[in-house]
Design a binder for this molecule. Structure first.
Ligand code: PGA
Length: 246
């Protein structure tokens, strides 16, 4: 089970100490199966990488530039740089990155360059509230998956993350039945499109906390969670993991 902490634009060099408790949690046999990935901002990625060396915790970035090679892109960081400092994962296609300019085409290039650098990609997709109201959820999801994975042939290192935009940071979550159905259809779509060659991993993200986890954990189609707000406090993050395995 994946528990991915997406810290977004939060945290400073001192924040790294807060994960000590989480490192301790991973030593308890009950939680051995929890695959914990921290995705802090770039500025403290290396601090996190050092702190978690020789632990079971993995590190990921939250985005990258689409260009694979070094180049004149002021303010940017590419997948090669992320890999070099010790991260193994990267979140791509997050709705907040889409809002600030990520297009399907750019996401596709980012995925390809990240895979080439041997990063595991946590690829986010999901519908907005309006799209949901217009019953376009599946159409949107299928389109986002298809365009992001255009000409991507090896899917082994992609983890899918369904994040309904209306649920991110809002405290609103889909009903269990609805989420179960969506998760089922996403996996069905992936299997038919990529001919069932892979054991696809599907995460859910959007207002996951120590309460909502009780319902989500019953959905067997899900292989983990992408957690924003509630991951910044180690206590809240640990509570989610504890409640999952209760
Ligand atoms: P949230 O964010 O848990 O704060 O809703 C999830 C995400 O943006 O990945």
């Amino acid at each position: 089970m994946y528990f991915v902490a997406n810290w977004k634009m939060f945290g400073n060099s001192k924040s790294v100490n807060s994960i000590k408790k989480v490192i301790n949690l991973t030593k308890i046999s009950k939680y051995k199966k929890a695959k914990i990935i921290y995705c802090p901002p770039y500025t403290i990625l290396q601090n996190f990488a050092k702190k978690t060396r020789n632990t079971k915790i993995n590190i990921g970035a939250q985005d990258c530039h689409y260009e694979q090679n070094f180049g004149a892109y002021t303010g940017s960081i590419n997948a090669k740089m992320i890999k070099e400092i010790g991260a193994n994962y990267i979140i791509l296609g997050h709705s907040e990155s889409r809002k600030s300019g990520d297009t399907d085409k750019k996401i596709n290039l980012k995925i390809k360059s990240s895979l080439t650098e041997n990063l595991k990609v946590i690829f986010c997709f999901g519908e907005t509230l309006i799209e949901r109201k217009n019953k376009k959820t599946y159409k949107i999801i299928n389109h986002q998956i298809k365009s992001a994975l255009k000409n991507v042939t090896i899917l082994r290192n992609i983890i899918f993350a369904y994040e309904p935009v209306w649920s991110i940071g809002t405290g609103k979550v889909p009903k269990s039945k609805e989420l179960q159905k969506t998760a089922f259809l996403i996996k069905k779509f992936l299997k038919s499109r990529f001919r069932g060659k892979y054991n696809f991993k599907l995460l859910y993200g959007g207002s996951v906390d120590n309460k909502s986890i009780h319902n989500f954990k019953l959905i067997k189609e899900l292989d983990g969670f992408l957690i924003g707000g509630a991951s910044k406090s180690s206590k809240k993050f640990i509570d989610i993991i504890r409640n999952f395995y209760k």
